[in-house]
Design a protein around this ligand. Structure first.
Ligand SMILES: [Zn+2]
Length: 437
């Protein structure tokens, strides 16, 4: 590699200026946090487990080392949310039209007893009746769209055609917040392809699942960087730190989902705390319980350490450990970018952002930003590659992370976030941009 005159000039200029805050974000530091969070010792940081609590303690320690303080009026850097874990103890029995369906399996969302009226459709835009047990016979790639439509319509169950035998896909435990109102969750059930032809709309459907319930907790780590203007609204920078824990096929490390976003929050805390003081305060949160249904962020939204109307905007970091080839080089995608002016504000401040190329995937509604957006806060998620093939598999491990891209992405946001924290910008929803409960 040659050393150009232009590069030399840039280097001299850099040396002449006060230390750049993003220079605290190094590849070695990013790699070290990423390696720790994805190590076997963390056992995949399962939602609402002691492993998750340990990860939160690590993040809290990094916040303290960076110079953040606990939010004034709170007891410390840890927010613990009581949850109830429902463990499935035996096979579910799915009855349709009075007959049990052999080979049916529960995928998630189990209640001990769920019922509905069968509604068979192969289309994603069918009008789904309230209380329906929706049997979707269309392509697997469209299940996510039907899932959203069915849960909006108030369906009790989504039944899909199994890709593989049900005994190969044991259901995840379901976990819910103990003290917070729940949106009812649909049960997701699979049936073997051979059973589908005989099933007709209008039949009565029941699903019975043996379960036990246990009390547990999910853990958020929260750190605060005070601003110089106590009247200025805060910025909220967040990521979920939990993943899928230990599964029958081994540890799911969740290196991209979402050790990478957690590292971004740790590094941004260090970078923003190390430069000149900022006008706005900045709150940093690593949430637990995201994979179990956005639990940590929903608890945070119900038990905020500051009034929610003092938060100007929330940026969530999810899966920034690799870059989607569809995105411009070096850019992160912003979910729901068209819903508010935050993306254009941050772009004007030098952030490299692009719109989400996969609106069908409903990513805006699938991360912690959504818990805060439902409360009215302008809240979006930045991602590098949200449709990566390793998603929720054992292949989402340390070796798969593009540390160069990840470090560059974090560094590229330091100046735009400093600018936003020093500005009077009041991010706002565009007409119809704010999501409704
Ligand atoms: Zn995930």
């Amino acid at each position: 590699m040659t050393f150009s005159i232009r590069a030399t000039a840039a280097l001299l200029l850099a040396c002449a200026s006060p230390a750049f805050a993003q220079d605290t974000v190094t590849l070695a530091s990013v790699r070290a946090h990423e390696r720790f969070l994805t190590s076997d010792a963390m056992r995949g940081r399962g939602s609402a487990t002691p492993d998750e609590a340990l990860a939160a303690a690590y993040v809290a320690a990094q916040f303290e080392a960076a110079g953040l303080v606990p939010v004034p009026g709170t007891a410390g850097y840890i927010q613990s949310a009581p949850v109830i874990r429902r463990r499935v103890t035996g096979p579910s029995v799915l009855n349709i039209g009075g007959a049990p369906i052999a080979g049916a399996g529960l995928a998630s969302g189990a209640g001990p007893a769920v019922s509905g009226t069968l509604f068979v459709t192969g289309k994603t835009n069918a009008r789904i009746p309230t209380g329906a047990a929706v049997l979707f016979t269309g392509p697997a790639a469209k299940r996510r769209t039907v899932f959203s439509a069915a849960s909006k319509a108030g369906a009790t169950m989504l039944i899909t055609v199994a890709d593989r035998p049900a005994e190969d896909t044991p259901p995840h435990d379901s976990v819910r917040l103990a003290d917070t109102p729940q949106r009812p969750r649909m049960a997701i059930v699979t049936v073997p392809a051979a059973a589908v032809a005989t099933l007709k709309s209008g039949s009565a459907v029941t699903l019975a699942t043996p379960v036990v319930e246990e009390r547990a907790a999910t853990t958020n780590a929260i750190g605060f960087l005070p601003g110089t203007d106590p009247a200025a609204k805060l910025l909220l920078l967040t990521a979920h730190l939990d993943h899928l824990g230990v599964q029958p096929d081994g540890i799911r490390a969740g290196a991209n989902d979402n050790a990478s976003g957690t590292v971004a929050v740790i590094e941004l805390a260090k970078a923003l705390a190390s430069g000149p003081k900022l006008k706005r305060g900045v709150m940093f949160v690593a949430y637990g319980g995201e994979e179990a249904g956005l639990l940590g962020s929903r608890y945070f939204g119900e038990h905020p350490p500051v009034p929610l109307d003092t938060i100007a905007a929330n940026v969530e970091f999810e899966m920034i450990g690799a870059q989607d080839p569809k995105l411009p080089n070096g850019a992160l995608m912003m979910t729901g970018m068209e819903r508010s002016d935050l993306g254009t504000t941050m772009t004007a401040q030098g952030a490299k952002l692009a719109a989400d190329p996969y609106p069908d995937q409903h990513f805006f509604e699938r991360s912690d930003n959504y818990s805060l957006a439902l409360k009215g806060i302008v809240a979006h998620t930045l991602s590098g590659w949200a449709t990566i093939p390793s998603y929720h598999t054992k292949d989402d491990n340390f070796a798969s992370i593009d540390l160069g891209f990840m470090t560059g992405a974090i560094r590229s946001l330091v100046t735009p976030l400093r600018t936003l924290a020093n500005s009077d910008a009041q991010p706002a929803w565009k007409p119809n941009g704010r999501p409704k409960e």
